[in-house]
Design a protein around this ligand. Structure first.
Ligand code: ATP
Ligand code: SF4
Ligand code: MG
Length: 375
């Protein structure tokens, strides 16, 4: 049905699962600047790593948001701020309608188990001296709840749910393959019955052959347990299957956010276009005519990001305005937002929208985004 597209408060569309309701998580103008200091006795700040510099998005209940971008663009920092494992420098995080941005550890405690993180390296996050039973069981105990059927039966049920065997209960992490260890990590996470899971590169340490299995598992569990995901990856192919919407980050900023099919079929930001051109296409008949865009140079340092559009030093479409005026992230078609003066796959240019917004106050403005950082 046409009405499948639901516009959210951040202007983004949610397809299919949109009807599931309210945003579970909202992030507004969120930022993290890590101070860089000099001196041993008298430390003074000489700069800041602008790891995340004003990102805004919302994730609805039951939805999966893919967060992608090259190494160092701020994905993990964003995930850790959402989890409140890192204190934000500025901005706001709302979870189930509660402002949790600077909530004290004491107030956060009841919310802690609602929000869980799955990490990239399944081995380092599992205690090698504990059996699978005690690793997963500890999560149950942490809740202070005694499962009706007893700890062992409850853990074994979870092991089965993630595709492991109940007999694995007494085994140690080193006895498992990478994919199986990630399943143990997922079982431990599920024992806490979270509402939101931030999965940070959940499959990038795994063999390509098992990556799809773990992604499928996450997808099955989502339907079964009504989970909401933020899945972080540097590769657009990993999040393609699982995401309802995809957000693309570059050097601490969100440059595009759209429904999955819109983003993959009609990317508007040149950076998303370049990332997509590197995604392998399994069907040879669809490969024809597609050109791989090789980005020139390295990602600039977040210590001193380029002014205005941060991508201008690597963008083949860059013009003078790109070096002078930061393109705001704004909605260029229903639910599709991009931050570019010369976006692709649209007849509207963001610059036109900015000009229009200036004439008609209150129109065509996107969600809270950071002011141009030219410092
Ligand atoms: N504690 C810290 N102190 C100073 N700089 C940091 C700290 N943590 C991260 N950074 C810097 O912040 C930037 C963003 O890091 P982050 O780990 O969020 O990137 P990422 O997108 O997750 O990258 P990757 O794909 O490699 O995991 C990087 O330049 C990183 O070096
Ligand atoms: S604003 Fe300019 S430099 Fe930035 S992505 Fe768009 S065209 Fe490229
Ligand atoms: Mg990371």
């Amino acid at each position: 049905m046409m009405g499948d597209n639901v516009s959210t408060s951040d202007g983004a569309a949610v397809k299919g699962k949109g009807e599931r309701g309210e945003p579970l998580l909202e992030v507004e103008n969120l930022g993290k600047h890590f101070p860089v200091t000099q001196g041993i006795v008298f430390k003074r700040q000489v700069g800041a790593v602008k790891a995340v510099d004003g990102v805004s998005f919302a994730v609805r209940k039951g939805e999966t948001l893919g967060l992608v971008g090259e190494s160092g663009c701020g994905k993990t920092t964003t995930g850790r701020m959402i989890m409140r494992l890192l204190e934000p420098s500025f901005g706001k995080i709302t979870f189930e309608g509660h402002d949790i941005t600077h909530m004290s550890q004491g107030h956060m405690r009841p919310l802690r188990r609602d929000m869980q993180m799955i990490f990239q390296d399944p081995y380092s996050s599992l205690n090698p001296r504990q059996t699978v039973g005690s690793i997963v069981g500890a999560a149950f105990r942490l809740q202070g709840e005694q499962p009706q059927q007893g700890y062992k039966a409850a853990v074994q049920e979870l092991l089965e749910m993630v595709g492991l065997s109940p007999e694995h209960y007494n085994r140690y992490p080193h006895e498992f393959s990478g994919g199986q260890r990630q399943r143990i990590g997922i079982a431990r996470t599920l024992a806490l019955r979270p509402k939101l899971i931030v999965a940070d590169e959940p499959v990038s340490a795994l063999d390509v052959s098992v990556q799809a299995q773990v992604v499928n598992l996450l997808e099955d569990l989502q339907d079964e347990l009504d989970l909401t995901y933020v899945v972080i990856a540097h590769d657009l192919s990993v999040v393609r299957h699982i995401s309802d919407r995809v957000a693309v980050m570059y050097l601490g900023k969100l440059v595009e956010i759209a429904d999955r099919s819109d983003l993959y079929e009609r990317p508007m930001h040149p950076y998303s276009h370049a990332l997509l051109s590197a995604v392998p296409i399994p069907d040879p008949s669809k490969r024809e005519g597609r050109q791989r865009i090789r980005l020139q140079g390295d990602v600039p340092s977040p210590l001193d990001p380029p002014p205005a559009c941060r991508f201008h030093t690597r963008c083949w479409k860059a013009q003078e305005i790109c070096k002078q005026v930061e393109p705001p992230l704004q909605e260029l078609s229903p639910g599709h937002m991009a931050a570019c003066h010369f976006p692709e796959n649209t007849t509207v240019s963001a610059t036109d929208l900015v000009a229009k917004a200036a004439v008609t106050p209150g129109s065509a403005t996107g969600p809270a985004d950071t002011p141009a950082s030219k410092d």
